[in-house]
Design a protein around this ligand. Structure first.
Ligand code: FMN
Length: 407
């Protein structure tokens, strides 16, 4: 949870151009709720200053094996590599240079980072970043195979233009994938095993005539992120999607619909098998009473459009929910918490994710923020995070609710 920082990531930064990305990575890890302790190789300090990373993590950055740290609160003794390794829950090396990958594979221990690696017992993740030839070199391939065979996670680099001017493989993986890999490594696996999660996503379209419709700015990304996260955590997933331009997340069954009424039919049709229902779609509240059979012509003047309410899918699901967990979304431009709380009560939801509309998060963006409301207990405030991260938090909360009920 944000602010709690219950798990600590030891972030090893090594000497490569991508070291500058470690600053954003440290920030993303903290946003994801992790405490971050940075250790840098000597070469890394040539690319980014320890001060920057210290400021972003709120912790002194370790750059040498032999500094005197015995007076520091966070470290119990002068043998920092042992203390730090003991305190860390995951060891992430990002960016990982070809050199450090080789040292980790061989078990060398000639600086703080590599020595702490040998003293560490938890999950190791490496996010390599290097020139394509270095990446493709048999030595690097063999070293990575060795690390994998010992259980390390290699967050594969992407393809693209590299700092050296070549285009090819070797660019450090996206920060989202790295943070997701850390979460994966630390999460009890398959905690949604046995659940069937029904997710709605995207807008609906309510036709005025064969070419025009009433809709909204929803891109579907939040719902798709929820479906992907639920599947990753072991759930069977049915995704009811309005018209969106997004690929189907791996392993999810997808039902495409256009109107609110079609979405309602699809949801009610699938409700029987669902154990958790997450209604992330932005369903049109109204539709035109009449859909013109032919395109409305400009020469006929502005049309008078009468609207009628669409089915209230969330309320209907709330009424029939049985022991399902139902999560609603409330996008609000004003009175966020009060409006969302009303929705929580009126629609029989177990959780409502209230998102402020406007600014740089929310509709049609990659990030989201808001307040997660529960029938009892304090609301959970979620600062701007990626939609993947927000999906993880919402599902964490749904599982927590399920466990509390079972107890
Ligand atoms: C400008 C510059 C950029 C470099 N970029 C990378 C890189 O992206 N990946 C890599 O593996 N090595 C890169 N190197 C080489 C490493 O810095 C070098 O192998 C160094 O010994 C790594 O030290 P470390 O692994 O202890 O951090 C670069 C070197 C220079 C001078």
């Amino acid at each position: 949870m944000p602010g709690e920082e219950s798990k600590t990531v030891l972030l090893g930064v090594t000497g490569g151009i991508a070291a500058y990305k470690a600053a954003d990575l440290a920030r993303e890890l903290r946003r994801a709720g992790f405490a971050v302790q940075v250790a840098m190789t000597a070469a890394a300090t040539k690319f980014i200053t320890p001060l920057t990373l210290a400021a972003l993590t709120g912790k002194r950055v370790i750059t040498s094996l032999f500094e005197d740290r015995s007076d520091e609160e966070t470290l119990q003794s002068a043998i920092a590599h042992i203390d730090v390794a003991r305190a860390a829950d995951a060891f992430l090396v990002a960016p990982a240079s070809a050199d450090v990958i080789a040292k980790l594979a061989l078990g060398l221990a000639d600086d703080f980072l590599t020595t702490a690696h040998l003293a560490f017992r938890g999950p190791l993740l490496v996010a390599p970043a290097m020139n394509t030839n270095m990446w493709e070199h048999p030595a690097t391939r063999e070293n990575l195979a060795m690390l994998r065979s010992r259980g390390a996670t290699v967050v594969e680099p992407g393809f693209g233009e590299l700092a050296c001017g070549t285009v090819g493989a070797g660019r450090m993986a996206g920060l989202d994938s790295i943070v997701a890999a850390v979460r994966d490594a630390l999460r009890p696996p398959e905690d949604l095993n046995g659940e069937h999660v029904l997710v709605t996503a995207g807008p609906t379209r309510e036709a005025l005539d064969p070419v025009r419709y009433i809709s909204n700015r929803s891109s579907g990304r939040m719902g798709f992120a929820l479906a992907a996260e639920a599947e990753r955590r072991g759930a069977s997933v049915t995704l009811v999607a309005g018209p969106v331009a997004l690929p189907t997340p791996k392993g999810c069954e997808r039902i495409d619909v256009e109107t609110a009424s079609q979405m309602c039919d699809a949801v009610l049709d699938q409700l029987g098998v669902a154990t958790i229902v997450v209604m992330a779609a932005a369903v049109a509240d109204y539709r035109p009473v009449r859909r013109a059979g032919r395109k409305l012509k400009k020469r006929d003047g502005p049309p008078h459009i009468s609207l009628v309410e669409t089915p209230d899918i969330l309320r209907t699901v709330g009424e029939r929910k049985g022991d399902r967990i139902v999560v609603g979304f409330a996008a609000e431009t004003n009175d966020l918490e009060a409006n969302a709380r009303r929705k929580l009560r009126a629609k029989g939801c177990d959780l409502v994710m209230a998102n402020p509309v406007g600014g740089e998060t929310g509709f049609d963006t990659d990030t989201n923020q808001g307040i997660l409301l529960r029938p009892v207990g304090e609301p959970v405030r979620i600062e701007p995070v990626s939609k993947a991260e927000m999906a993880a938090r919402i599902l964490d909360e749904a599982i927590g609710l399920r466990q509390r009920r079972a107890a």
